[in-house]
Design a protein around this ligand. Structure first.
Ligand SMILES: CC(C)(COP(=O)(O)OP(=O)(O)OC[C@H]1O[C@@H](n2cnc3c(N)ncnc32)[C@H](O)[C@@H]1OP(=O)(O)O)[C@@H](O)C(=O)NCCC(=O)NCCS
Length: 185
């Protein structure tokens, strides 16, 4: 019902607990692709797990904190973006994302992140948007670059997968002239 167009066929919409079955079916298509790159609690294996993720975000939204949005292409949920963290009081947010493999390479995430940043900066007065990714997640750091983010450094061995510790990159965008791609207000 409340949708923003990303391309002629894809749109961004709220993703809510009532959509747990659809989210779980999407997770079946995305799970192994995203597993190395996202937090383990996001990689659920059934409808109950999918509902728990969406409920956690709904509760975050109720507190004016975390929020999650799905990307539908031709009516099929193919990925999404989220405010992993959001604090109007602190003026900061962190943005995250994922796609199922078939939806990569079309600019869907860059377009969706731009809408989140536009809302965070223009509507909510957020000052700093952050992006954190595994240092070897090239596709993710390319998104940060396309958004015009600045690479601030790597938290050494801060990302654990099993027995391996990876560096975690931190990128950011400030709400002071760093978003030339925003449309005129
Ligand atoms: C990270 C991830 C979401 C990035 O997806 P993506 O498709 O590369 O990113 P975008 O949707 O912004 O698309 C960019 C690609 O579309 C292409 N593209 C086509 N039209 C475009 C447009 N109008 N605007 C921008 N890019 C466009 C770009 O050239 C780029 O393709 P390339 O990398 O093959 O050159 C995806 O790789 C993923 O789900 N990875 C696993 C989960 C993950 O890592 N999540 C992030 C955790 S930090």
């Amino acid at each position: 019902m409340f949708a923003r167009a990303l391309t002629s066929t894809a749109e961004l919409r709220p993703l809510e607990p009532w959509q747990a079955e659809e989210f779980a079916a999407h997770m079946d298509r995305a799970r192994e692709h995203i597993r190395p790159w996202v937090g383990p609690s996001f990689v659920t294996s059934d409808v109950a797990g999918a509902r728990a993720t969406l409920t956690r975000y709904a509760e975050g939204t109720a507190r004016d904190g975390a929020r999650i949005y799905g990307i539908w292409d031709e009516g099929v949920l193919v990925g999404g973006v989220m405010f992993v963290e959001f604090s109007a009081a602190a003026g900061t947010c962190e943005i995250g994302c994922w796609l199922e493999p078939g939806a990569q390479g079309r600019g869907l995430i860059t377009a969706a992140c731009r809408l989140l940043i536009e809302w965070a900066f223009r509507v909510r007065g957020i000052h700093r948007a952050e992006w954190r990714c595994r240092a070897d997640n090239a596709r993710s750091s390319e998104v940060a670059k396309r958004l015009g983010m600045t690479f601030e450094g790597a938290l050494r061995e801060a990302w654990r997968v099993g027995d391996t510790f990876y560096d975690k990159q931190v990128w950011s965008l400030l709400n002071k002239g760093e978003t030339p791609w925003l449309p005129n207000p």
